[in-house]
Structure formats: C-alpha cells, structure tokens
Design a protein around this ligand. Structure first.
Ligand code: GUN
Length: 286
C-alpha cells in the first residue's frame, strides 16, 4: 500500500491567509481595516497562549486588534459591560470571548450578549440556528476549518459516508451539519455509542473530536478513508496528542491530519476569515 497523504493545516492555512491578506489590502483602500477584539478573563495558561496567537495573526494580516485581559475576579457585569462597549465600537468587527470563563461567570449570558453580526466564533444561538437551517452565518471556526481543509485538498464530500465521533456544541454537532450541507451522509458517534469501531469502519470520511488522546487506531478505519483529527490533548510528558493514534491510523488510512499542524492552524485562519466577512458585512460591502 502507498503511504498515506499527510493533510497539512499549516500549508492550507498559509494559502488561505495569503488570500485574506490581499483582500484586506483591497478593503483598506475602501477605508475599512478589519478589527478583532479578544476578551480574556483569568490566568489559564493555555488560554493566554491561544490569545497571543490570535493577536499575532491579526498583526501579520494588518488587522486592527485589541486584547482585553481581565483579572480572574472580574464580575459578570464587568464582562457584559465590556461586550456592550465592543458591540457599539465601529473599529471592532469581530468579538471573541476566550473560553473557558471563570466559574462565577455564566458563559451563556456572555455569548448571548455578543452582537450576532460580530460573533466571529459562531457561538451565538442565532448563528447556530442559521447554521442548522442553512442560512448565511458566521460559522464556528474549527468546524469551518475542517470542511475547508477537505475541500481544498480536492476530496469530494458529496455522496460520501462521513462518521463524526463526538457531539460537542463547538465541534461535533456543527461539523456534522456542515458535512450534511456538503451532501454527505452523516453518522454521529459519541461516548454511549455501541460498536463504535464497526460504525467508524464504514466511514469514507472520519472526523474525530472526542477529547481522548490516541483513542482511534486502525480498528476504526476503513482502508483509504480520510481521517481528520480535531483532538488536542496534553499528555503527562507535556507533548500534544490528537484523538487519533497517528502512526497506527496512517498505516491503513487515506489522507490524514497530524497533531500538531493539522486542524489546529486552520482554526485561527477561519477566525481571521470570519473577521474579514464581518467587516465587509458591517460596512455594507457584501
Ligand atoms: N477556547 C478554546 N477554543 C475556543 C474557541 O474556539 N473560541 C473561544 N472563544 N474560546 C475557545
């Protein structure tokens, strides 16, 4: 058997970011600079790294960016007041509140407060509803990145059997909706699924977002199937591992994403794309 193709999120991201950069130059000529505001509450080290990466992506693309780092003991009212201010600020087209929030703050109340037009995470219930009924909306970044990767690699989705492992609101559910929108037949698996390996082995496209390091191996994969690993698990030795056991899986799979360097880079790229779309819409340019 020939070796499996590695789907590089880094390379595909670079391609998309080059397109975004040139669109940004065009937009600037019309007097609009895409602007992203990120709100980070507390001291979670991983969240601080993610937020720095988002800030850097903005700088690289010539976006306006502001980051609000609030102390862990900030009240829900303070966070809501900041969101309100950003909703009304014309230089800001996208608002992202980094999750998780400290326990005393109600995440749902904060997400619900973000303007639907500036919700570049695609987490607001109105945007989730739009996704369900297939209306234009800001799509959640990781699921949109998964679809973009598959499409840009030239893999046909229409008519294929896709199996999604994991049913979270931020990955599993929206990925399954987007795959259906692309005309795949979709099966959802989750922690209570019986015979998961048997179902997964029927997939032409297998998307894994279950949050358990290296759980999926060759027993879950049909020879030649596309395997997309959304997992990001920190091992006790500090290394990052996906939900898929890459070495064992790639012995039988078709095109497969590594971790790191697979879906991860696509998430920020789609965030940048959403911010550009929001900037255009808010200025009546689409
Ligand atoms: N924390 C981990 N992933 C995400 C994400 O995609 N968006 C937000 N807002 N917070 C996160």
């Amino acid at each position: 058997m020939t070796a499996a193709t590695i789907l590089s999120g880094k390379e595909i991201s670079a391609e998309i970011r080059a397109q975004i950069a040139s669109e940004t130059v065009q937009l600037s000529k019309q007097g609009v600079t895409p602007g992203l505001a990120v709100v980070l509450v507390g001291d979670d080290p991983a969240s601080h790294v993610y937020v720095r990466n988002k800030e850097k992506a903005c700088q690289d693309l010539g976006y306006y960016s502001e980051v609000h780092r609030l102390s862990a003991d900030s009240s829900q009212d303070e966070v809501l007041a900041l969101v309100d201010k950003l909703n009304a600020q014309p230089s800001v087209h996208g608002i992202l509140v980094q999750l998780p929030l400290p326990k005393h703050i109600n995440e749902k109340a904060v997400i619900d407060a973000i303007s639907v037009l500036k919700d570049v995470d695609g987490f607001h219930p109105v945007n989730v509803g739009n996704l369900v009924i297939g209306d234009d909306s800001l799509l959640p970044c990781t699921p949109a990145g998964v679809i973009e990767m598959i499409k840009r690699t030239g893999i046909e989705i229409s008519g294929k059997h896709a199996v999604v492992i994991g049913r979270s609101n931020i990955v599993g559910k929206p990925v399954s909706l987007l795959l259906q929108r692309e005309h795949a037949t979709v099966t959802m698996c989750h922690s209570r699924t019986v015979n998961m390996a048997e179902l997964a082995r029927q997939a032409d496209i297998l998307v894994v977002a279950i949050g358990r390091a290296n759980m999926i191996d060759e027993r879950y994969i049909k020879p030649g199937a596309v395997v997309i690993d959304v997992g990001m698990n920190r091992l006790p030795n500090g290394k990052l591992a996906g939900d898929v056991d890459f070495e064992r899986a790639k012995a039988v799979s078709g095109p497969i994403t590594p971790v790191p360097g697979g879906v991860g880079p696509m998430t920020i790229t789609m965030l940048m794309q959403n911010t550009l779309i929001a900037a255009k819409r808010l200025n009546g340019l689409v």
